[in-house]
Design a protein around this ligand. Structure first.
Ligand SMILES: Cc1ncc(COP(=O)(O)O)c(C=O)c1O
Length: 447
């Protein structure tokens, strides 16, 4: 135990607090296994060269926050807090790991129980995959079939040959951008930050289309498609990141028409499609003719690193021959795990949707009716998109940072660096953390 903890003194905190932090960190980065038994207090104190009181204080703190479980009459076990092992909030977004409340990413943690069970099932039948060369391009047949089946079930008839498996949605976009080499790309303002990074990296020029909680600006949509004639558009029609807006069937129709008129290849990023938080979800139509990209990142876990492209079979054949297709492919074992989880994603999704809906409603209620900001309560996704009335978003971000909460200001989401008075506020954390976030936002805007 003493060896696993390494050097943990000198943080400036009281020794008991520093020791508790060191145990948490050792558990989180794998130096101590969950379920390991802690030595008796006296022995641990001797091994660490501290007083017994320090160990007692550290254990009390760890017990309070759920990181240590003490069985009456026997020893104490180190473990992940029960809540952390089974909730949508990543530990880093709750502050329970002893550091900042990190809301720079709006992402769910893995559904631990189902994820580990799927991993075991995948391992049990990995033999034939392991006996192969290990570069499963364009994807394991089984996973391509599972993905194709879901499209077909949702009304977009799809054969497995129309699916190319990648290492996530960003890899899918990277491959498509490398294949098409667009000179111009129409993108939403705001849009997903990493998609901007991918596109900027290809040297394409970006043309913006405004999106708010009320929807897409149709005039800008037309002028952006006209400007990008013969090139590309990257859109997030389903619970758009960061606004959470769902593109209406009418706008989808307009996008398809404009794409045909101006010969623009539309890439629709559907990564957030499963985060439908409407009380009575209805089917969501797709943009006719668009290349569809998606992943298991929001439906399951970002660490799974499995995504895909759905396109016509001839394009999938071309894409698999691209020199980047290999480096951007997903590891075969991960594909097996994904097949296990995506075959019936609904139990995981239903729980996730219920939890996120309750958190969204809580945050909306906390922030509602305050003239320091405006927002539309989104029908899905993971965050509120707040328009601040007076204080610039970077001032709020700075203030929140000083109070232990990390957020991202609007300009990061904007291809043209505008949106200085917008802020993304994820509702991934549990309610007590959202209470704290709302209080800090209130303070910052009262400055
Ligand atoms: C619109 C959108 N696409 C894709 C992703 C994730 O991409 P990947 O599948 O590479 O993890 C996110 C994550 O925030 C997103 O918001």
């Amino acid at each position: 135990m003493a060896r696993a903890l390494g050097s943990w003194r000198g943080t400036g905190e009281p020794l008991g607090t520093a020791l508790a932090g060191a145990v948490r960190e050792a558990l989180l980065d794998g130096r101590i296994r969950p379920g390991s038994e802690l030595p008796a207090e006296r022995r641990l104190a001797a091994a660490l060269g501290v007083s017994r009181g320090t160990v007692t204080a550290a254990l009390a703190r760890l017990r309070e926050t759920g990181w240590v479980h003490t069985r009456h009459g026997s020893g104490s076990l180190v473990r992940l807090p029960a809540a952390a092992a089974d909730r949508v909030a990543p530990l880093s977004a709750t502050g329970d790991n002893g550091s900042m409340i990190d809301l720079r990413r709006a992402v769910p943690a893995a559904p631990q129980k189902q994820y580990l069970e799927a991993t075991l099932r995948a391992a049990e039948r990995a033999g034939p995959v392991l006996a192969e060369h290990g570069e499963p391009r364009p994807g394991l047949p089984e996973l391509r079939a599972v993905i194709a089946e879901r499209y077909s079930r949702e009304g977009t008839a799809t054969r497995p040959e129309q699916i190319l498996v990648t290492n996530g949605t960003r890899a899918a976009l990277t491959l498509l951008a490398a294949h098409f080499q667009p000179r111009l790309t129409a993108v939403e303002i705001p849009t997903y930050v990493d998609a901007l990074h991918v596109l900027r990296g290809t040297g394409t020029r970006l043309v913006g289309v405004r999106v708010t909680g009320d929807g897409w600006d149709l005039e800008q949509l037309e002028s952006a498609f006209a400007a990008a004639r013969g090139h590309l558009a990257y859109l997030v029609p389903d619970f758009h990141n960061p606004t959470g807006t769902l593109m209406s069937p009418r706008v989808r129709h307009t996008v398809a028409e404009l794409a045909a008129r101006y010969q623009v290849t539309v890439v629709a990023d559907e990564t957030l499609r499963d985060l439908d938080l409407r009380e009575e979800p209805a089917g969501i139509p797709r943009i006719a003719g668009a290349l569809l990209i998606g992943s298991a990142s929001k439906s399951v876990w970002g660490g799974l690193r499995v995504g895909w492209i759905r396109a016509r079979a001839s394009l999938v054949r071309d894409l698999r021959e691209h020199p980047l297709a290999g480096p951007l492919s997903a590891a075969p074992m991960m594909q097996l795990v994904a097949a296990e989880l995506l075959r019936d994603p609904y139990p995981v999704l239903r729980r996730r949707q219920d939890e996120l809906r309750a958190q969204r409603d809580h945050l909306c209620a906390l922030l509602d009716g305050d003239d320091r900001w405006r927002f539309t309560c989104p029908p899905g996704g993971l965050a509120l998109w707040l328009q601040l009335s007076a204080v610039p978003a970077d001032t709020v971000v700075r203030h929140a940072n000083e109070h232990g909460i990390a957020l991202v200001a609007g300009p990061s989401f904007a291809a043209d660096a505008t949106l200085t008075h917008y802020l993304r506020v994820p509702f991934t954390p549990p309610r007590p953390v959202l209470d704290r976030v709302a209080a800090v936002l209130g303070d910052a805007c009262a400055l």
